[in-house]
Design a protein around this ligand. Structure first.
Ligand code: PLP
Length: 356
């Protein structure tokens, strides 16, 4: 088996892959509805929310679009410090919204000061924030950003993409006052791709009532009507729900705090290793991601040659993403990866350096 130190899709535990081979059920049956209710209840623990969690057949980007279409009639502020935040801005424009950018250099974080200034200049229905920028390895200071929104513009909805952090880093949705929090299956949840999970508050759904052109497939009010009956308007991705059910049990058995600590320790180890070999992480120390380390390619490695070498040992890392593709490379520290795996990877990277 290849060890994927790539920020999605990550390795999936054999028993979770196996769960997908369960025989299908009619989706409008008590048997399936019980499973669907169970996955939502367990997922709520990962979201730290008392509100609902939608389980949709799409990748995470579908929920970026859902957030825009349901909660924004016109004006949204897009916080941009990397490629996935830029995508959410592009999604807003593609849906005909007026999106303003609050943009900083790749590798920097969105700071509360910058957000404060932006919110004072204009009123927004919603602000979009990517919690963990998978392109740059930057974790934005979400608690501080949420506090600024509450202070300056309390009715502005806070929409958060946590695709590469939810289930791997503690994000207390209700405590922070996040209104919409979304993730994908193939990253920290260590499932196959194809499923998106997103939680929404009551006040977010109340806002959606007044937004026109929400579309159909991602109309959260329509989804809500079915969710209260443990169902979906359309056919759910049943095999993935079976896998989710199994994986949520595994995640909760590990313990969320233990899981978060495991990821953080691996990220620290990789960051220190990189610094020790003359390659600094791109992010400043206080904003470094716990699930993906983006490292400056200071030694000008040919990352595809490095990956060819690593693949002879059954491993794979990621090159940079977007406009910093060749300037950086990335090591994911999420999902099923263990510290022992990280040690094997770092030893192999040292062998690669020696063979020069
Ligand atoms: C991977 C990623 C996305 C895109 O998710 P898909 O599931 O591929 O649609 C969006 N945001 C972040 C932060 C990501 O890491």
């Amino acid at each position: 088996m290849t060890r994927m130190f790539v920020p999605g899709p990550v390795d999936v535990a054999p028993e979770v892959l196996e769960a997908q081979t369960k025989p299908m059920l009619p989706h409008r049956s008590k048997d399936f509805e019980a499973i669907f209710r169970g996955t939502e209840e367990k997922a709520r623990q990962l979201f730290y929310t008392q509100f609902r969690v939608y389980q949709a057949a799409s990748s995470g980007s579908g929920m970026q679009e859902a957030g825009i279409r349901n909660f924004v009639q016109n004006d949204v502020l897009s916080c941009i410090n990397g490629a996935f935040a830029q995508r959410w801005y592009d999604v807003a424009l593609a849906n005909g919204k007026t999106a303003d950018k609050l943009e900083v250099e790749y590798g920097e974080a969105i700071t509360p000061e910058l957000l404060r200034d932006a919110l004072k200049k204009k009123h927004y229905e919603a602000v979009t924030i990517v919690h963990n920028e998978t392109s740059t390895g930057v974790e934005n200071p979400l608690a501080d950003l949420c506090a600024v929104v509450k202070e300056i513009s309390p009715d502005t909805l806070i929409l958060v993409d946590a695709v590469s952090s939810l289930g791997g880093v503690k994000i207390e949705m209700d405590k922070l006052g996040v209104d919409f929090l979304l993730t994908s299956s193939q990253k920290c949840l260590a499932l196959p791709p194809g499923l998106a999970l997103a939680a929404a508050t009551d006040r977010a759904l109340a806002k959606a009532e007044n937004v026109s052109n929400r579309g159909w497939y991602f109309d959260l009010l329509l989804m809500e009507k079915h969710r209260v009956k443990d169902s979906t308007p359309m056919t759910p991705a049943m095999a993935l729900i079976f896998a989710l059910d199994r994986q949520l049990d595994r995640i909760l058995a590990e313990g969320l705090d233990a899981r978060f600590a495991r990821h953080a320790a691996m990220a620290r180890r990789v960051q220190e290793w990189a610094s020790g070999h003359g390659m600094e992480p791109l992010a400043k120390p206080q904003y470094r991601s716990k699930t993906v380390v983006t490292i400056k390619n200071s030694l000008n490695w040919d990352i595809s040659a490095l990956n060819k070498f690593l693949q002879t040992r059954g491993m794979r890392i990621a090159n940079g993403y977007g406009k910093i593709k060749d300037l950086t490379y990335r090591v994911a520290t999420m999902g099923e990866t263990s510290m022992a795996d990280i040690e094997v990877l770092l030893a192999a990277m040292e062998d690669y350096m020696k063979q020069g």
